[in-house]
Design a protein around this ligand. Structure first.
Ligand SMILES: *Cc1c(COP(=O)(O)O)cnc(C)c1O
Length: 490
């Protein structure tokens, strides 16, 4: 629809009645009606459907003149106002701003498109975070002492049904501590999936041990237990399972391998806070588990991490290492080489507010995943990892593989096309065994992970995405595939 048509549909003169104004709101479908002066067409105000609803409830009838409704002063802009200035005027209540010419007539409408930009992930922060952080500031407890640190640890332990939780400065330091307290060190090997974020492997190297990379399963994208079995050597000390993109790894198979070879089992659950495996929360499925609360994770503390374990000795050891190796019974007395890996009360304050809304976040994440499945179902050449049977994934990111043989375009082309429309995407992690820091090898062949890594793309997955926005992403993916088909046949 041309903007002039839209404006004329939305406009009534100030001498009409309430019913006619409602009809204009209905016709324009923006939830507002513009009011013009009957003499010269000058802008004379704006009413929202809410304004009219309130008036009707107060007893004013449909046939009453529009003048019976109180009109607030409307926000308008001149036609030479810059885009940046207009954007600043939008708020929860102001979503349509009339643009006036010199004669004060409406010539355009600035409409708040809720998302010109759809991010891959974004924290859901609100009033509770502000209240708790404010409490830290007002009380002066902003460092690593304060009530929120213990409170956040307790909440995480309860949520994951694990007796001990030790907060840390980030997910990588949590992994480092977990490996150290298991006794992983020089000469040891730790089996790590090649398809994960680099911190899974780096933390192994920090201990002096060597990460041994293994291939993924095509179905879940997680580490393939058969490949793990083949990678076990006399030097293997532990297996690090990563719940990639939120989908729980095959913990039963991995546990069985660990039992048979007397290995430790670690969970890097950074991407999967809240996922469950046969009814058990991730974080409770191994000897020691870690989370990350980086800004794009399921819940965030800005930067932050957590170690979870049922073993009180490991927990105590983590607490000492986290705090410079200081003896719990004697101040400034250091019994071992430690680190400063503590979380601050400020971070934990955000964490407590976040865990209070974990159910809402997970529900939104799962709804988004369902919406993607529905929206993308009829597009051939797209495949996604499946939530393994018996598990409930939090779908940290919605990731898909684009099969270039089927659709005629590659992943990078689709990403570039979506970017043109303000849709942010990420490539799936590049496999670790090909990264410059780890490429020296030797490595076993990893065809499945290499294929996923080369063709995988993560789509916007932040919890506030609407179904309409997901349909928009799907429409642009469809269009990207078709663009290429046109180019090829012409
Ligand atoms: C985010 C992440 C980490 C590291 O967490 P930080 O808090 O950024 O240090 C580790 N492993 C995986 C799989 C991750 O996704």
């Amino acid at each position: 629809m041309e903007i002039t048509d839209l404006i004329s549909r939305l406009t009534v003169t100030s001498d009409v009645n309430v019913r006619q104004a409602l009809q204009a709101i209905e016709a324009g479908s923006l939830g507002i009606v513009l009011i013009a002066d009957p003499k010269d067409g000058r802008f004379a105000g704006l009413l929202t459907d809410g304004d009219i609803r309130r008036t009707l409830l107060s007893g004013v009838g449909l046939e009453s003149p529009l003048t019976a409704i109180d009109r607030r002063k409307a926000t308008t802009v001149r036609h030479d106002t810059t885009r940046e200035e207009i954007v600043k005027l939008f708020s929860d209540t102001i979503r349509v701003i009339p643009v006036l010419d010199v004669a004060e007539r409406v010539v355009d409408l600035a409409i708040y498109d809720r998302r010109a930009h759809l991010p891959v992930a974004q924290p859901v922060l609100g009033e509770r975070e502000l209240v708790y952080v404010t409490e830290c500031i007002l009380s002066g407890w902003i460092s690593s002492t304060g009530r929120f640190v213990g409170e956040f640890e307790k909440r995480c332990a309860e949520y994951c049904r694990v007796p001990h939780a030790i907060s840390t400065s980030n997910g990588t330091t949590a992994l480092h501590l977990a490996l150290l307290v298991l006794g992983v060190g020089p000469g040891d090997e730790v089996i790590v999936p090649t398809l994960t974020f680099i911190a899974s492997a780096n933390s192994v190297v920090y201990t002096g041990a060597k990460p041994v990379f293994v291939d993924s399963e095509a179905s879940s994208w997680n580490m393939d237990p058969a490949a793990v079995e083949r990678a076990v050597t006399p030097r293997t000390k532990a297996i690090m399972a990563v719940h990639l993109y939120g989908h729980p790894a095959n913990m039963r198979a991995l546990r069985e391998i660990c039992n048979r070879h007397r290995l430790h089992l670690i969970e890097d659950a950074a991407e999967a806070f809240g996922s469950t495996y046969h009814g058990e929360p991730v974080g409770s499925l191994s000897d020691i588990a870690t989370f990350s609360f980086f800004g794009n994770k399921i819940i965030t503390t800005g930067e932050g991490g957590m170690v979870l374990t049922a073993n009180p000795k490991l927990a105590e050891h983590c607490r000492i290492l986290r705090d410079h190796g200081m003896s719990p019974s004697r101040r400034y007395w250091h019994t071992m080489l430690g680190y400063n890996y503590r979380m601050t009360n400020l971070q934990a304050a955000v964490g407590v507010a976040q865990i209070e809304k974990i159910d809402m976040i997970i529900e939104a994440k799962r709804r988004i995943a369902e919406d993607y499945v529905a929206a993308l179902a009829d597009i051939p050449g797209l495949s996604r990892p499946h939530e393994p049977a018996g598990t409930r994934s939090v779908y940290w990111l919605n990731s898909f593989c684009v099969d270039p043989a089927v659709v005629g375009v590659d992943r990078d082309f689709v990403m570039a096309e979506l970017k043109k429309h303000g849709i942010e995407t990420r490539p799936v992690f590049p496999v670790l065994h090909q990264q410059p820091v780890y490429a020296a090898g030797p490595h076993s062949p990893m065809p499945v992970a290499e294929r996923i890594s080369a063709h995988g793309i993560s789509l916007p997955s932040d919890p506030t995405l609407t179904t309409a926005e997901i349909n928009r992403v799907a429409a642009h993916i469809r269009q990207a595939f078709q663009t290429q088909t046109l180019v090829r046949t012409s």
